[in-house]
Design a binder for this molecule. Structure first.
Ligand SMILES: [Ca+2]
Length: 193
């Protein structure tokens, strides 16, 4: 089965109010020290005393979208399956569960994760009722309705935009162990016009 990467610009991950990924991605200790200076009764300067504490700062989460299509090409009428794979922490493409060592050690949580994917109606026609969602890294998929209702996914035949409300994503077990979390995969089908 031919599976090729699509430009990631076709899918957007909105992380709350933050859109762009941030470069910082590790736990950072921010230390603060208080110093006391004083004299004795003869006005001789005494050694200073210090008290310190460190706050462990969590960085902002970095999600990654890897979008693929299958097949990679075909004549008009070809049925095409798209996968939008959302991972946290970052997994090295093309879909192997190997965590990018550059983004380990992040214990933060991504909240209000919303995925949008506008389908180019000049090229493709959405196949109604084809929405599927996996929350276990693709082991299983559950059908979701096209309607904007209580489930996570919807597809508007008016705007031709797929929307996925994925809620909160956590970084697997977190910490330096960098155990990958379960990738979410949104799957849908279109027909080439
Ligand atoms: Ca729905």
């Amino acid at each position: 089965m031919l599976r090729s990467k699509m430009p990631s610009v076709f899918a957007l991950a909105l992380l709350g109010a933050t859109v762009a990924a941030r470069p910082a991605h590790a736990l950072v200790d921010v230390c603060n020290t208080a110093t006391g200076n004083y004299n004795n009764s003869a006005a001789a300067v005494q050694p200073a005393v210090n008290g310190s504490t460190c706050f462990t700062a969590q960085s902002n989460p970095i999600l990654v979208i890897d979008k693929t299509r299958s097949p990679g090409n075909g004549a008009p009428g070809t049925n095409v399956t798209f996968d939008i794979r959302v991972t946290y922490p970052k997994l090295v493409p093309p879909a192997v569960p190997v965590t990018d060592p550059g983004v380990c050690g992040d214990d933060s949580t991504a909240t209000s994760v919303v995925i949008t994917d506008p389908v180019s109606v000049a090229d493709f026609t959405y196949v109604p009722g084809s929405l599927l969602l996996s929350t276990d890294n693709g082991t299983s998929f559950v059908a979701k309705s096209d309607a904007a209702d209580a489930d996570e996914l919807s597809y508007s035949l008016i705007t031709n935009i797929l929307t996925g409300n994925l809620g909160t994503l956590t970084e697997g077990t977190g910490g330096a162990g960098c155990t990958p979390g379960a990738a979410r995969i949104i799957r849908f089908q279109v027909t080439k016009n």
